[in-house]
Design a protein around this ligand. Structure first.
Ligand code: SF4
Ligand code: SF4
Length: 91
């Protein structure tokens, strides 16, 4: 992948080091996060939430790169991304 700039932590952080958390009952199923994810990490889940929507869910087989698009576009503030604890880099 060619970068227009080199991220300062590129050598420490790798795709797959992050996990996506979605507050299922806050989601309204707008699919913005699904459509904007450049790695196709997010998809519709099979369940309904308490509002009757089909919430977004993270596909564990896909690798999140923590670009943050899903967090920014979610109108319900339902998405957050965190580093996997077992992958925390040495700082
Ligand atoms: S942070 Fe980026 S790569 Fe990760 S799930 Fe969100 S949009 Fe996809
Ligand atoms: S952007 Fe937010 S409200 Fe819309 S589907 Fe994703 S998690 Fe749900």
């Amino acid at each position: 992948m060619n970068y227009w700039r080199k991220p300062l932590d590129r050598d420490k952080v790798k795709p797959g080091d992050f996990e996506v958390h979605i507050l299922k009952d806050r989601c309204k199923g707008c699919r913005f996060c699904i459509d904007f994810c450049p790695r196709q990490v997010l998809r519709d889940s099979d369940d309904l939430n308490t509002k009757g929507y089909r919430p977004a869910a993270a596909d564990p087989a896909k690798q999140c790169i923590n670009c943050g698009f899903c967090v920014i576009v979610c109108p319900e503030f339902a998405v957050s991304v965190a580093m996997r604890l077992e992958k925390e880099p040495n700082v």
